[in-house]
Design a protein around this ligand. Structure first.
Ligand code: SF4
Ligand code: SF4
Length: 315
């Protein structure tokens, strides 16, 4: 017992000395689509889902990650000279050996190597946020947590939100909804606005395209009644997957019944993530996915309104 207490004490001391760290994709200033006003969006790595259309594949796992942009590469070989793992120019052929140290990024003359995920000190991220305070102040903006999946690092999220909340920042979060509610409840209570995804109402189709059932997300939509934040349930509308009128109607009916305060937002599929798949040497999302037409999107919005849910539009 005594040994265990000493061990706990040592761990606490170590945490104070080391501070809180975590895997960050980027802290992107001047975002205008992730909540009210001008915001810094903190993209946190790690996600329990594997959506087949994901536009941020670098955020799938929690480890330092470097990408290679072949189109920018001039083949000078500077990266190979500093690599501690002896990896060649096309790092995607030897990605399993890469430790994400970033040495190659620092010497590349063309910016053809880039840090996509870094292990960072939370206080350093907060210092970066503070640089843009004046813009948040005059635009009614703040900070939005995104990913990857921000709830996949609950300790880091708790640290960042508690510090920024105490400093008076407006906080929002974008989440896939797949998390243990109790592990992030305190963080969610600090939010002004929560964007939560609902990708499909059918659990089997949801599992087929994301790797997990929708049961936990549906439960967490109900759980959002327990926090004071405004809520927007977002549907990324992927043509050929979840864009049927039946699915959208069922989604809206579920939201209306289980979270009456929520609005809904529809985000049409896009292919902006293609370059990241290439940089990581990953297979591209299926060419069968398509972007619904503006007319189809309008029809789906009307269905949502007819189910008694208001539409939000932050894009
Ligand atoms: S990140 Fe490090 S290990 Fe990976 S290719 Fe670059 S230098 Fe080599
Ligand atoms: S240092 Fe950059 S430009 Fe030169 S070979 Fe490596 S990736 Fe290409």
């Amino acid at each position: 017992m005594q040994i265990s207490c000493q061990h706990d004490k040592r761990n606490k001391e170590r945490k104070i000395i080391m501070g809180v760290k975590g895997y960050i994709m980027q802290a992107q200033p001047f975002s205008v689509n992730d909540g009210e006003g001008i915001r810094t969006t903190i993209f946190m790595a790690g996600c329990p889902l594997r959506c087949k259309w994901c536009s941020n594949p670098e955020g799938f796992s929690q480890k330092p990650l470097v990408g290679w942009y072949e189109r920018k590469c001039i083949g000078c070989g500077a990266c190979t000279k500093v690599c501690p793992q002896g990896i060649g120019i096309n790092m995607n052929l030897e990605r399993d050996k890469c430790i994400g140290c970033g040495a190659c990024v620092d010497v590349c003359p063309k910016g053809a190597r880039s840090r996509l995920v870094t292990f960072r000190d939370a206080d350093e991220v907060i210092a970066e946020v503070k640089k843009h305070s004046i813009f948040y102040q005059y635009s009614g903006g703040g900070v939005t947590f995104s990913g990857g999946e921000a709830t996949a690092q609950p300790e880091l999220l708790d640290y960042l939100t508690s510090k920024l909340y105490d400093m008076g920042y407006s906080l929002d979060i974008e989440t896939c909804g797949y998390f243990k509610f109790e592990s992030v409840k305190k963080s969610l209570e600090r939010m002004d606005l929560i964007f939560m995804d609902l990708k499909h109402m059918d659990p089997d189709v949801h599992r087929q395209y994301t790797g997990v059932s929708n049961a936990r997300t549906l439960k967490n939509i109900q759980n959002l009644n327990l926090v004071p934040a405004d809520v927007v349930i977002r549907i990324p509308v992927i043509g050929g997957v979840n864009d049927s009128e039946e699915n959208i109607r069922k989604s809206a009916a579920f939201v209306h019944k289980n979270l009456p305060k929520a609005k809904m937002e529809l985000l049409p599929y896009h292919k902006f993530g293609t370059i990241k798949y290439e940089a990581l040497g990953m297979e591209l999302p299926s060419a069968d996915f398509y972007r619904p037409t503006p007319e189809a999107m309008q029809k789906l919005k009307e269905i949502i309104v007819s189910e008694g849910v208001k539409i939000a539009d932050y894009r």
